[in-house]
Design a protein around this ligand. Structure first.
Ligand code: F6P
Length: 368
């Protein structure tokens, strides 16, 4: 394990905070906790708007006092705005080069604003940018955010529980219509290259088949599972497919290729699985993509608590001068882990784990 960097007290009692990457329910709860804890310790907070754009462009900052964050605990989205196009080290521009390095400008803005620390709330991409800035001397504390739950060194990320709750509710609804029509319903959920949302929502919603990136599937096996259910009288089946799921020997379906400064967008596996299952089983099949509905909406109580704990801990680390770290959940504690240990890695569902054994034990087919 990497060493936690040596503490260095912040140069000023003014802290910047930004949110980067896709939104996740609980972002506002983190911002609120940062602002409230900061006020209690006599720090001032400056919100940077639209991720690192708040350091690239002038006038994209907003002072945050407890008054500004009143009532935001229960709101989805982020009052600071976000973007996943704005890597300042390779910022997309409309010239022949495609990208421009604006990192020096960000560092100038940081000092120009008189900031003593920067709290960066984001997923793997945003935390990797934060890490680069820390290597160039900025006092950074990271807060892990993603509905995908795929960040290493933390047992969970806020947003995940809210996404799973929404997907579970959707599966409950799909059960009703699938059973009425004796159909196969395939529901595609987010998660990128990790199957956490699919697996948890599948178990919580009582799905019959769950397809995750960690276990490439065999559609013949899936079809056999559907037909076996038919034989014992369950004439419908619910399939949950993670957007990153792929058949054995096949590729992940990419809906939009990566462009300079953006990552590839996944999608389409639900429709593909539904069409092929219809062929293989002769049963009617429909597919539903839950998409961004999983990210909107209010955070669940558990995400509000986790996000609040992360925000408060981030301010504690700032006060102690423990920079270059990310706050992480190690129940019942919130700890600091070096960003070094986190960036460039991904936490997938371990194939040999109790959660996988649980799924199998209750008869869920994983398409193996
Ligand atoms: O990482 C969060 C996430 O919602 C993924 O599950 C999904 O693949 C991706 O973001 C979608 O990104 P965008 O909002 O850019 O379409």
């Amino acid at each position: 394990m990497n060493e936690t960097p040596t503490p260095q007290p912040p140069r000023s009692r003014r802290v910047g905070v930004l949110t980067g990457g896709g939104d996740a329910p609980g972002l506002n709860a983190v911002i609120r906790a940062v602002v409230k804890s900061a006020a209690n310790s006599h720090y001032e907070v400056i919100g940077l708007l639209d991720s690192f754009d708040g350091l690239i462009e002038p006038d994209r900052q907003r002072k945050l006092t407890p008054r500004e964050v009143t009532g935001i605990l229960r709101l989805g989205g982020t009052i600071l705005g976000t973007t996943n196009r704005g890597n300042p080290f390779a910022y997309p521009v409309s010239t022949s080069e495609g990208t421009q390095d604006y990192s020096a400008r960000c560092i100038d803005t940081f000092y120009g604003l008189g900031l003593g620390a920067l709290i960066v709330i984001g997923g793997d991409g945003t935390l990797a940018i934060a890490h680069e800035f820390h290597k160039r001397g900025l006092p950074i504390v990271g807060v892990p955010k993603t509905i995908d739950n795929d960040i290493v060194s933390t047992s969970s990320t806020f947003g995940f529980d809210s996404a799973v709750s929404f997907a579970t509710d959707a599966i409950d609804r799909l059960h009703v219509t699938a059973e009425a029509h004796h159909r196969i319903m395939v529901v595609e959920v987010m998660g990128r290259y990790a199957g956490w949302i699919a697996l948890y929502a599948g178990i919580a919603g009582g799905a019959d088949i769950v397809l995750i990136p960690e276990i490439p599937f065999d559609l013949e096996r899936v079809a056999a599972h559907v037909q076996a259910r038919d034989r014992w009288g369950a004439r419908f089946s619910i399939v949950v497919a993670a957007e990153g799921a792929r058949p054995k020997g096949g590729e992940v379906l990419v809906a939009k290729a990566a462009t300079p400064g953006t990552v590839e967008r996944l999608g389409g596996i639900g429709a593909r699985v539904a069409a092929e299952l219809e062929q293989l089983t002769g049963k009617e099949a429909r597919s539903v993509v839950l998409g961004h509905l999983q990210r909107g909406g209010a955070p669940t109580s558990s995400d509000r608590v986790l996000a609040t704990a992360f925000g408060a801990k981030a301010m504690e680390l700032v006060h102690e001068g423990r920079f270059g770290c990310m706050v992480a959940s190690r129940p019942p504690d919130i700890v600091a882990v070096p960003l070094d240990e986190v960036v460039g890695r991904m936490r997938q569902v371990p194939v040999e784990s109790d959660i996988i054994r649980t799924a199998r034990a209750v008869g869920i087919s994983l398409g193996e």
